[in-house]
Design a protein around this ligand. Sequence first.
Ligand SMILES: [Zn+2]
Length: 423
Amino acid sequence: MEKAFSHQDHERNLYTLWDSSGVFQPNYKSKKEPFSVLLPPPNANASLHAGHAMYVIEDILIRWKRMMGHPTVWIPGTDHAGYESQYVYEKHLAKQGKSRFDFDRETLYNDIYAFVKNNSGLIEEQLKMLGFSLDWSRKTFMLDDHVVQTVYDTFTKMVKDGLVYRDHYIVNYCPKCGTTFADLEVSHLERKDPLYYMKYGQFTVATVRPETKFRDVALAVHPKDKRYSDWIGKTIEVVGVLGPVSMFIVADEEVDPEFGTGIMKVTPAHDAHDFALGRRYNLPVTPIINTRGKMDFSWYINDPASQQKNPTYLERARKYHGRSVKEVRAMVVEDMKTDGIIEKIDENYVHNVTVCYKSNHDIEPLVLPNWFVKMKPLAEPAIKAVKEKRVKFVPERFEKHYKSFGVFAFPCGIALKKTQKSR
Ligand SMILES: [Zn+2]
């Protein structure tokens, strides 16, 4: 007999023996109440980490119920993790000096698919090495045909039931990752940025985003702000970096009279509040930033009226066109200084910025066609089930989160957000 126990020599054989004997499959002969747990599928874009040790709790529950004679099953699986996997894969590509744009869509999809399938195999091995009593005859990958078909069927049903609809609406878009995020998925950072005070005709407007000024469709003030009450409903002429423009002045309760000068510019295409305000007053949505985070001035360059204007204006539009938001911001500020439009710059303005939780890139609010889920009719019965104690939360404090965020905000998502903020 060996002096020391060598786990490498025994554990694998022991696990194979357990698995092949069928003891991890439910005992259908038992008359007791069935007990099942669905393993929260780990993301198949990396190996398991220490956090996955929480599966031990599920294993203990499963083994306990099994020994008590209940028909018991613990179902294993791995998740494709969509955009998260793409992000990890892109890091691999970057190491080889490549990007996702070096491939056509189908090749990229197949390569990422192979990557996650390979990782799924590694994860399966890890779960087995941890001795988890999972029923492998039921293992599922979240892109298996039957799962994909269920997703299609559910989507179709939800469209028919009026729970899913498509709309042009302002969304959180990350130009770096090329994807849209729900409000709950984005991170918020406190950051110091210059606050520019720009002359708008006889008024002064404060903004951190002077580059969007070319697509302002109105100015807005608070209805009770006495400084501007005479101007509500009137149109003023404004001298801009690309020539004179007319601005209509609206009054809206949402305007904060304490911010800046109390008069704000309205850009429905690139700000969520402005978009909502624009819908209330039927203002046009006129985009200037594209999904790659570049500024598009073709609307100005190609407009015959622009040809009639001062050649400097056209030259400026051509200079800005196709550049990144940050580049254009710096250029516009310089041009505004030249024109004497900048009144002052507050270099120490601290504000909240919405960023991508993966890449930290600034989120661009863009108006895009997107699918939306009507949450209210779905959340109501789910919340009712919790109130009536038909569903219980462990630990109990997550019940509060569940009720405030709706059905799809799982506690694990909340825990994840906390770690991202502390990063
Ligand atoms: Zn991103």
